[in-house]
Design a protein around this ligand. Structure first.
Ligand SMILES: Nc1nc2c(ncn2[C@@H]2O[C@H](COP(=O)(O)OP(=O)(O)O)[C@@H](O)[C@H]2O)c(=O)[nH]1
Ligand SMILES: [Mg+2]
Ligand SMILES: [Zn+2]
Length: 354
C-alpha cells in the first residue's frame, strides 16, 4: 500500500471507529473505476445486510446530497437517507449514489426511510471533474440510450464529434442513437443520408428529426419508449426542443444550467430521472455538456472507435494504435476504401487530443 493511501486509511478508520472493516476493503475502494467499485460495494454490502428489515426495491430519481436521495417506489417518491453501513463501503466516491441506481429501502422506521442496499449497476455514465484531479463522477446509472444529438446546420454537422460521442457510448456501455436534428434545413436528404451512411452500415440507429416539421419525432419516440435515455450533444443542436416536442406537457426546465450561477457560486446541478408519459425515463443532466473522454481512456479508443472493433483483432500488434504500426488491419481497411479516410483522420485527431 502506498504511503499516501495508508494515511487515508488511517483517517477513515478514525472516522469509522464503530465499524469493522478489513484493511483490504479500504484499499479496494481506492482502486479501480466507479463501475467495478460499485460492483464490489454491492457484493460486500449484501454480506453484512442486517436481518429483519422491511425492504422495498426502488430507483433513485434524484440525488440531493449524500444524506438525501429521492427514491421512487411504484409511483411514489420517498426521501431517503443512506445507512451508515452502506456508507462505509462508499466513502471514497464523491457521491455515494447516482440517479438511476436500483436500491433496497428499509421501511422499518417509517417515515425515516433508509437505503440499505445498492444493487449492481448495469452501466454508469461518467464524466470527469473539471479540476486538476479529474475525478470520475457518475452522472447516472442503468441508462439504456445515449441520444447523440447533432444538427444538420446551425451548428453544422460535425461527424468528428459524433465519433467522440460514440466512443463515450461504447466505453460506458450505453446504446447510441444518432439524432440529426434541424433536418428541415437540409435541402437534399440524400446528402444527409450519405453523411451518415458509415454509421448506418455499422447498425447504429440514425434518426433525422425536425422540431418544426415534426419529421422523425414519432420514430424517435418509438425508439425511446420504455427505455431510459440521456440526450447529449453540442449546445444549440435542439436537445431541449426535441424533449419538449416528445413530451409537450413536460415543459421542461431542461436545464442547461451551468455549474456556476451568476454570482459565480457553485450550484449542484444534479441529474434527475423524469418519467416519459409513453414509458421509460429521460435522464435530465444539466452537467452533461462536460461528458468527455479522459486521457486515461486513450488506450481504449483504438478498439471502441466506431467500426474499428472487428479490425483490431486482426492487427499484428495486440495493442495496435493503428498509427505507426506495420501490419495494421485498420490502416489496410482505410487504404482499401472500406473505412473512409475522413473517419480515420477523425480517429487520429481524437487520439492526438488525449
Ligand atoms: N430549424 C430548426 N431549428 C430548431 C430545431 N430544433 C430546435 N431549433 C432551434 O435551435 C435553437 C437551439 O435549440 P435548443 O433546444 O435550445 O438546443 P439545445 O441547446 O441543444 O438544448 C433554438 O433557437 C431552437 O428554436 C429544428 O428542428 N429546426
Ligand atoms: Mg438545452
Ligand atoms: Zn492496427
Amino acid at each position: 500500500m502506498k504511503q499516501k493511501d495508508k494515511k487515508v486509511v488511517k483517517r477513515l478508520k478514525e472516522n469509522l471507529n464503530n465499524t469493522e472493516v478489513l484493511e483490504n476493503d479500504y484499499y479496494d475502494e481506492l482502486q479501480g473505476d466507479s463501475k467495478s467499485k460499485s460492483k464490489r460495494t454491492s457484493e460486500k454490502s449484501r454480506l453484512s445486510l442486517k436481518k429483519n428489515l422491511i425492504l422495498k426495491k426502488g430507483r433513485i430519481v434524484e440525488v440531493k446530497s449524500n444524506y438525501l436521495n429521492i427514491v421512487r417506489i411504484g409511483d411514489i417518491d420517498y426521501p431517503c437517507s443512506i445507512s451508515g453501513r452502506l456508507k462505509q463501503y462508499l466513502f471514497k466516491t464523491k457521491l455515494l449514489t447516482a440517479v438511476g441506481d436500483w436500491v433496497e429501502v428499509d421501511f422499518t422506521n417509517e417515515p425515516d426511510y433508509r437505503i440499505e442496499e445498492l444493487l449492481p449497476r448495469h452501466n454508469t455514465l461518467c464524466r470527469f471533474s473539471g479540476d486538476s484531479f479529474q475525478k470520475e463522477i457518475i452522472v447516472a446509472s442503468n441508462v439504456d440510450y445515449l441520444v447523440i444529438t447533432a444538427s444538420w446546420l446551425m451548428p453544422m454537422l460535425k461527424p468528428g464529434l459524433i465519433d467522440r460521442y460514440l466512443c463515450i457510448a461504447n466505453i460506458n456501455d450505453l446504446n447510441p442513437i444518432i439524432c440529426i436534428n434541424k433536418i428541415d434545413l437540409c435541402k437534399d436528404i440524400s446528402e444527409a443520408e450519405l453523411a451518415l451512411s458509415y454509421y448506418k452500415k455499422l447498425d447504429i440507429p440514425v434518426v433525422f428529426t425536425s422540431t418544426i416539421t415534426f419529421e422523425g419525432i414519432q420514430e424517435l419516440k418509438d425508439m425511446l419508449t420504455n427505455k431510459d435515455s440521456v440526450f447529449s450533444g453540442q449546445s444549440g443542436t435542439g436537445k431541449t426542443s426535441l424533449i419538449n416536442c416528445l413530451e409537450p406537457n413536460l415543459n421542461l426546465a431542461v436545464s442547461e444550467v451551468s455549474s456556476f450561477n451568476e454570482k459565480g457560486v457553485h450550484t449542484t446541478s444534479q441529474a434527475q430521472l423524469i418519467k416519459w408519459s409513453f414509458g421509460g425515463n429521460l435522464v435530465d443532466t444539466p452537467g452533461l455538456k462536460t461528458v468527455n473522454l479522459h486521457k486515461n481512456q486513450k488506450n481504449l479508443v483504438p478498439s471502441v472507435f466506431p467500426g474499428f472493433k472487428d479490425y483490431t483483432a486482426q492487427c499484428y500488434f495486440r495493442s495496435c494504435t493503428h498509427d505507426h504500426e506495420n501490419d495494421c488491419a485498420v490502416k489496410a481497411a482505410v487504404s482499401e476504401g472500406i473505412i473512409p479516410v475522413e473517419r480515420y483522420e477523425s480517429y487520429l485527431r481524437i487520439m492526438e487530443s488525449l
